[in-house]
Design a protein around this ligand. Sequence first.
Ligand SMILES: Nc1ncnc2c1ncn2[C@@H]1O[C@H](COP(=O)(O)OP(=O)(O)OP(=O)(O)O)[C@@H](O)[C@H]1O
Ligand SMILES: [Mg+2]
Length: 499
Amino acid sequence: MGQTVLEMIGIKKSFSGIYALSGIDFSLELGEVHALLGENGAGKSTLIKVLGGIYQPDCGAIKINGKEVNINGVPAAREAGIGIIHQEIVLVPYLTVAQNIFLGREITTKSGTVDFEKMNLKAAEMITSLGVDIHADSVVEKLTIAQQQMVEIVKAVSFNANIIVMDEPTSSLSNEEVKQLFEIVARLKEKKVSIIYISHRMEELFRISDRVTVIRDGEYVGTRNTSETNANELVAMMVGRNLESFYARNYSDLSKAETALEVKNLTCEGVFKNISFKVRKGEILGFSGLVGAGRSEIMEAIFGARKYQSGQVFLKGKEVKITEPMKAIKAGIAMVPEDRKKQGLILCNSVAFNTTLSCLHFCMNGIAISRKKCRDIIDYYAEKLRLKAASVNIDAGSLSGGNQQKVVLGKWLATKPEVLILDEPTRGVDVNAKFEIYSVINELAKDGMAIIMVSSELPEIINMCDNVCVIRGGEMAGYLSKDELGQEEIMKYAAGGIK
Ligand SMILES: Nc1ncnc2c1ncn2[C@@H]1O[C@H](COP(=O)(O)OP(=O)(O)OP(=O)(O)O)[C@@H](O)[C@H]1O
Ligand SMILES: [Mg+2]
C-alpha cells in the first residue's frame, strides 16, 4: 500500500435525529481513484459534504497526511487541499469561466480594479494544462453540463487540491464526454492527485478505480481492490442480497393492439427530420442512439415543449395539434424529462405535494381533495419506487439526488397517461431502484399504457422494449423489433455502419 493521504474515521451525521451516516470509515491513498458506491440515500453525498466542510459531523475524525484536521467550513476544506465537484453544479451561470474560477479571489491591477485580462490568461493556462477545450471568457450558462463540470474540475485544481471528489460527474454526460473526463482523471492521477469517485455506473468504476468502498444505509460495508472484485459482489454488498432477475418484462401480443400515438414526418429544421413511428397500447417503444442524436428533442416536440416546422401527430387515429405541454397532458401524454431537476420538482415543497401535483384530479372526492386518496397515491409510489425519505412530508430538496428523481418519476406515473414518454428513466438511480422502475414500467405496459423510452443504456433498451427506433443525426437510422435486438445491431445503426 502507498501513502495514506486521507482518513475519515467513525463519521456520524444525523438530520433531525435520523442518522444519514452512522459511523463511516474511509481512507484514500496518494494518487488512487477510490470509488464510493451505495444505493440512493446511502449517504455518499453526505459523507462528501462532511469532508468538504458543508456539514459538521456529530462525531468522528478526519486526518490528512496523518494529522487530525478540523474542517469547520468550506474554506477550511480548501485549505486542507480538498476540492469537491458536487452532484449539483454550483457555478454562477452569468459569469465567465475565468470569473467563476477566481470568484472571491479575483486578480486585481495595481489600481485595484479587476484584471480581467490576466484572469483570462491564467484560467486559459489552467484549462489547457488539463487538456480541456473551453474558452476562459465564455459565459458559464452557455456551456454544456459537461463543460461546466470541466470548469468545476479546473477550479478545484486551481486551489492546488490534492484530494478531488467527483460526486456523480458522469450522470449527464455523453459517452464522448465521459471519455474526456476519464482522460482528465488520468492526468490528475499522474500529478499524484487522489480522487474519490461516486457513480452508479458500475462499468465506470471498473474502468477507472483502484479500490471501491461500499456503504449501505449510512454504514460502512467494506472495501475491495477493484481488480479483485466483480459487479455481482459489489451489488450484493450494496443491497445486502443478491439481485437475480433484473428485467421484468412480460411481452404480450401486440398484433391487434390499437395504435395510441402516431407521428408522421415530424421535422424541426436543423434538429431532426422526417421522423415517423407508431406506438401501440401495451407497447414499449425504445429510442436509442448516441447522445446528441436528437432523441430528447423529438420527444419535446411531441410533448409541445419544442416547436417543429412540419409533420403530424395522431392520438388514437385523430390528429392533434400540441403547442404546449399543458395540452399534451390534457390529451393524455406525460413526459418524464431527462433533466429532472430542472423540469420536474419543486424542491421547497414536500415529497407528498410533488407526487400529487399533476394528478390532483385522481384525488378528488366530489369537489374536495380527499386526503386519503392523496395519501394512497403517495404511499403507493413511495413504496413502488423504494423511496428513501424520512417522511413524505419533508421537502423534496432534502432527499438524496436519486430519490429526488424517483419523486419526479412517481409524479408522472401517477397521472396515469395513455402515452408515457420516459427520457432516460433510470439515470442516476441505483441498481435496486432500477429494478423497481423496470417492474413499474412493465406493469404499466401490461395495463395497456403506450410507453416511449429514450435510453442510452443498451441493456435496458434490449431487455425492456418491444421495438426500437435508432436515431442518428436527427434521422431515423433504423427500426428493430425485439427479435432483432442486440447491442451490436443497435450500435451499427447508431454509429452509422448501415442505413
Ligand atoms: N439536508 C438534509 N436534511 C435532511 N436529510 C438529509 C439532508 N441531506 C441528506 N439527507 C438524508 O440523508 C440520507 C443520505 O443522503 P445522501 O444525499 O448522502 O445520499 P446519496 O448516497 O448521495 O444518494 P444518491 O445516490 O441518491 O445521490 C438520505 O436519506 C437523505 O434524505
Ligand atoms: Mg448523492
